[in-house]
Design a protein around this ligand. Sequence first.
Ligand code: PMT
Length: 218
Amino acid sequence: AANTRLAGRRVVITAGPTREPIDPVRYITNHSSGKMGYALAEAARAAGATVTLVSGPVNLAAPVGVDVVPVETAEDMLQAASAEVDRGADLFIATAAVADYRPASRADQKMKKSRESLSLDLVRNPDTLAAIAAREDAPFTVGFAAETTDVEHYATDKMKRKKLGMIVANDVSAPGIGFNSDDNAVTVFWPGGQQAIGPAAKREIAASLIGLIADRMA
Ligand code: PMT
């Protein structure tokens, strides 16, 4: 039988890294490939949802039947995700690895090398997940947590602080999982429960996650 667990639901997912410009040719970013977020978009679509992916710069094809809104910076991501949720959303999943800081200013011209050392002034970026979760009309909101130590402690703390329906923790210090790999291993926490999934392919993890999310939304 067809999987219709999210039929009629509108889902917004962030994926990939953000790119924070230093000057016209340089930027700050991270190792996110977008694979986890794109796999979730495919799994949500396969469950019958209408899916929009707000995606940082990645080398992945748009999943069939999924709308992709491309963004570059954390500020773009906040704007685009908020605009999508303004249109009405039942579920928001923040898979993106957003740069926490951006250069305080962007040089108009390529910076020249002359000095022996150089400091960059960085300022905090807005938090898309926190902003969506804090809305009066907040959809069911799922966060990810990329931690390297005390995974459970930091993840459950993040869930409570940001008022999330669920948080998916991955230990990004373990080899072969997390950033950029095809596989992942996660522990999912929700108020009153938890479940470990994997190690497995990100596609399989995504299908299990969509099942757990549908259970919690029902
Ligand atoms: O893209 P892949 O290569 O497949 O790798 C997947 C992944 C490791 C990037 C993914 O599984 C993951 O863990 N994503 C979250 C990475 C992260 O930056 O976590 P965080 O602990 O810094 O952020 C916590 C949550 O807040 C995340 O849901 C994040 O999307 C969100 N956030 C954070 C900062 C910010 N400014 N805006 C946000 O929305």
